[in-house]
Design a protein around this ligand. Structure first.
Ligand code: ATP
Ligand code: MG
Length: 330
């Protein structure tokens, strides 16, 4: 049983509350992501789970076992870092074997398990190579094999793909997710990339200044953000001030760009907004529009490219939106 229970965990550095009273439960075999901007406390929380950073308060359990006072090396954790942390003076096999040697596993058993781990990350035959002979993606696979070879109860990833180019990031994130699911190991994955988080995670904890802003399955956070911060961090959105019937003061509503359509393509009963097309951007399959309304508000709209449509900046344009996709923020 290797679900993870984090209860009221805090850590301060001087005046900075890096992690502030965080409580979470990660299910056994779950792929769970800590998402948030730089400095929000993702690495600090991950390092407390790993045993590299002490807690100021709260507790962490793996299943029913309290682990936050155990030294890192007995927590049964595999960790993969952003900068690979592969030892340059050891071969690929030497790197992968490292954790097994430290655990005094017998030599024949080490050889077998290193082969097995290299096969899992598609590096069969690379054992005798040196790290400087590998690409960034291969180095990151060595780091993953090194984390897997000890058969950890929990896998921790701290921005493992941020040193790779955009294409490799996309293919490696799927590889990591598939491997984690096939092995059934509980994983906590840190990223500041919302799209990466949405593509791999069973659930996401969105963090903001040391606190957990919202925890949920990706699509729920995207469609039903609980705050302006969550609405804006989980993708582009239009935040529009609105006065609600029966409520005092202004509130904000969030309307995602893809909820806006050209009025001519939209159902008759959708509300229509007219304005001037301020900017058009074609990003391959998606076209992004900035539309300036008469009161000066600029709305962002996004739609699939259609070759028969020609939209020029400066033109008058009517957009309609799906009223069901307005989210009122508290
Ligand atoms: N060892 C430390 N000493 C002092 N302050 C620290 C230390 N580690 C982290 N902090 C501070 O705690 C806060 C959270 O840092 P943390 O590294 O957890 O953020 P992060 O979400 O991982 O950010 P990034 O996306 O940039 O990696 C930051 O304000 C950081 O400066
Ligand atoms: Mg970090």
């Amino acid at each position: 049983m290797a679900g993870i229970v984090i209860s009221g965990v805090s850590r301060t550095f001087g005046a900075v509350r890096a992690v502030d009273n965080a409580s979470l439960e990660v299910g056994e075999g779950e792929f769970f992501t800590l998402l948030g901007p730089s400095g929000c406390g993702k690495t600090t929380l991950l390092r407390m789970i790993a045993g590299f950073t002490e807690l100021n308060g709260g507790e962490i359990r793996f299943g029913s076992e309290r682990i936050d006072r155990l030294p890192a090396h007995v927590r049964d954790i595999g960790m993969v870092f952003q900068n690979y942390a592969v030892f340059p003076n050891l071969t690929v096999a030497g790197n992968v074997a490292y954790g097994l040697r430290a655990r005094k596993v017998a030599t024949a058993e080490i050889e077998r398990r290193v082969e097995e781990a290299l096969a899992l990350v598609q590096l069969t035959g690379y054992g005798t190579r040196w790290p400087h002979q590998l690409s960034g993606g291969q180095l990151q696979r060595v780091a993953i094999a090194r984390a897997l070879v000890i058969r950890p109860r929990v896998l921790l990833f701290d921005e493992p793909l941020s040193n790779l180019d955009a294409r490799l990031r996309v293919s490696m994130r799927t590889e990591i997710r598939d491997l984690q699911k096939s092995l059934g190991i509980t994983a906590i994955y840190v990223t500041h990339d919302q799209e990466e988080a949405m593509s791999v995670s069973d659930r996401i904890a969105l963090m903001n200044a040391g606190r957990l802003e919202q925890v949920g399955v990706p699509v729920d956070i995207y469609r039903h953000p609980v705050s302006r911060f969550a609405a804006e961090f989980m993708g582009t959105t239009n935040l529009v001030p609105a006065r609600m019937v029966g409520r005092a003061g202004d509130q904000f509503v969030s309307l995602r760009p893809e909820a806006l359509h050209l009025a001519s393509d939209a159902p008759q009963d959708w509300p229509v907004l007219s304005g001037t097309l301020a900017h058009v951007e074609l990003l391959g399959p998606i076209m992004r529009l900035d539309v300036k309304l008469s009161d000066g508000t600029v709305l962002k709209a996004a739609m699939l490219d259609a070759p028969d449509r020609s939209l020029q900046a400066g033109a008058t344009i009517s957009l309609a939106y799906d009223p069901a996709r307005l989210t009122v923020l508290p």
